[in-house]
Structures are given as structure tokens and as C-alpha cells.
Write a protein of this length. Structure first.
Length: 291
């Protein structure tokens, strides 16, 4: 399957939309990858807020064969992505579904902000991390670019733990790794190398992966009814489900349940494969800092 890279900028505050809603990491997207670039606002709102940059950025994305979807909410990625796709023409929908499996290798939320308080931003991060798993492949990664004290003030560590997302490493958000900050984005104010704002707060991209304790609800095929049934037999995590065949007392088992078990086993296999590659990923990053 074609690797998919969505770019999700969850921005609803005026300041955030004005500055960051159009930054696109297309320059460092591999040639054989497929990007789904999204915005929180509708296209008309983007025209109003970013008229001086919008057309140029949309052209860059189209030149890289990216799919562009509007009105996608980072707190409800699965539902709002599907709703945005449904608004496309039949021809466009067919192209999108032929290129994209419905799961992503990488979901990137770029300098998110609600435009509100610390509490609203913390809630956004909590909802994003708790739901993004259903849009991820088992070996998929979440990239989250934040700056200053946002990690602490927005309780990112606590929300990641609750969502069974493990922090793998972090990458400084600077021009040695992301040259497009200057060559494409070219901000008039706010950036110097590795820093986001004029107060010179450090800016980093934090990388998260799922764990073996990921809830079975993160499997896209598991709806609320199936989830309730699994929990009655104490199957709560994908690891539990992958080992459920050992608990079977007969071969007379619902084929749908067996398919779920096989999906979970494949999920675990792909996840373990990711873990084996993480050291190499870290070593390949120039000037990377990680914890």
C-alpha cells in the first residue's frame, strides 16, 4: 500500500490560523509517499484569512499530488475526514479511495492551538491522542510540533499515557531538518532557527507511537457493540485480542471473531517491527534530541 502522510493543523484561533494554518511539510515528504493535507477551516474561511499565501500553498500541495481536505477536526479525525471526502465529486472520491487505505503511516499535527485557554488546548490534545489511533496503521507514528511550555501546560505526557501512546523521541524544529521553514514557509515574524516566537521558546516535534496496551477500540473494525462484547470477556487491549485464540474451548467460533484475532496478531507483528526500526530512525536524524 502507498504510505500515507496526513498533515493536520488543528487551528481555530485567529492568530494561529493567520500564521500557521498553511505550513506544509511537503519538502520533506518522500517521493513515493502520499499526503493528505487538511485544514480545520473551510476553504472560504482560509481564503479570507490567508489570501496572500493560500493559492501558492495549494499549488505546492497539488504539485506533490496531495489530497486536500477541509473542515477536518483533530479531535475527530476519523469522522471528519470521511465527511470531508463525501463532499468531493464522485471522480475525486474514487481517486482518494484508490490511493488511500483509510489508515496512515504518519499523522502530523503542526503547532496546534484552539485560540483559547490552556484548558481548551489541553482538552484538544487529550481528544486528539485518544482518537488518532483509529486512523493510524499499527506501526504508524504521530508527529506533534509544540513550543515553549505547551508540553507541560497542556499535560501532553499525561494525555499520551492515558491514550497508550509512547513518546519515542523528539526532533528540533529547525532548518537543518526542516528546510521548508524558510524556503517554503518564509515567515515574516516569529521564527529563528529552532525557536518559534520572539520570546525564543524552543520548538520541537514530538514523535509518539502506540503500545501493546492500546485499547481494542483503536481497531477500525471494532464498533461500540463489538467493544462491549469484547470487554465482557475481559479483552481490553489489542494484545489481549491477539492472544484470545489460546482461550478458545472449541473450534466452533464465529468467523468474524477469528478475523478480529488475526487483525490483532497482524497489528502486534507490525508494531514490533516498528520498535525494531526506531533506533535506526533516531540515528538517521541529524542533530536530533530525544528523551
Amino acid at each position: 500500500p502507498i504510505p500515507c502522510v496526513p498533515w493536520q493543523s488543528q487551528t481555530s484561533g485567529q492568530y494561529q490560523r493567520r500564521v500557521h494554518g498553511l505550513f506544509s511539510p511537503v519538502e520533506f515528504t518522500p517521493e513515493d509517499s502520499y499526503m493528505v493535507a487538511t485544514s480545520f477551516d473551510c476553504e472560504e474561511k482560509l481564503q479570507e484569512l490567508h489570501k496572500e499565501k493560500l493559492e501558492n500553498h495549494l499549488k505546492i500541495l497539488r504539485d506533490h499530488k496531495a489530497t486536500i481536505l477541509h473542515e477536518v477536526d483533530a479531535c475527530q479525525i476519523e469522522e471528519t475526514l470521511e465527511a470531508s471526502i463525501r463532499k468531493k465529486s464522485p471522480e475525486e472520491k474514487e481517486i482518494i479511495r484508490s490511493r488511500w487505505s483509510g489508515h496512515f503511516d504518519l499523522v502530523w499535527i503542526q503547532l496546534p492551538h484552539t485560540g483559547g485557554t490552556t484548558k481548551t488546548n489541553s482538552t484538544m490534545i487529550q481528544k486528539f491522542l485518544s482518537t488518532v489511533g483509529r486512523a493510524l496503521k499499527p506501526n504508524g507514528l504521530v508527529f506533534m510540533t509544540l513550543y515553549g511550555m505547551q508540553v507541560d501546560h497542556w499535560k501532553v505526557t499525561q494525555h499520551a499515557q492515558a491514550a497508550e501512546m509512547v513518546h519515542v523521541f523528539k526532533v528540533p524544529f529547525n532548518t537543518s531538518i526542516y528546510p521548508a521553514i524558510w524556503t517554503r514557509y518564509n515567515p515574516k515574524v516569529g521564527f529563528s532557527n529552532s525557536y518559534f516566537d520572539i520570546l525564543r521558546h524552543p520548538c520541537d516535534t514530538f514523535v509518539f507511537a502506540q503500545t501493546e496496551f492500546t485499547c481494542v477500540s483503536k481497531l477500525k473494525t471494532v464498533d461500540s457493540k463489538i467493544l462491549s462484547g469484547l470487554r465482557t470477556v475481559k479483552i481490553n487491549t489489542i494484545a489481549d485480542l491477539a492472544e484470545a485464540d489460546r482461550r478458545l474451548l472449541s473450534n466452533d467460533v464465529d468467523p468474524k471473531f477469528m478475523r478480529l484475532i488475526h487483525q490483532a496478531k497482524e497489528w502486534i507483528h507490525n508494531w514490533l517491527e516498528l520498535l525494531s526500526k526506531v533506533p535506526g530512525l533516531i540515528q538517521s536524524l541529524p542533530l536530533a534530541r530525544w528523551t
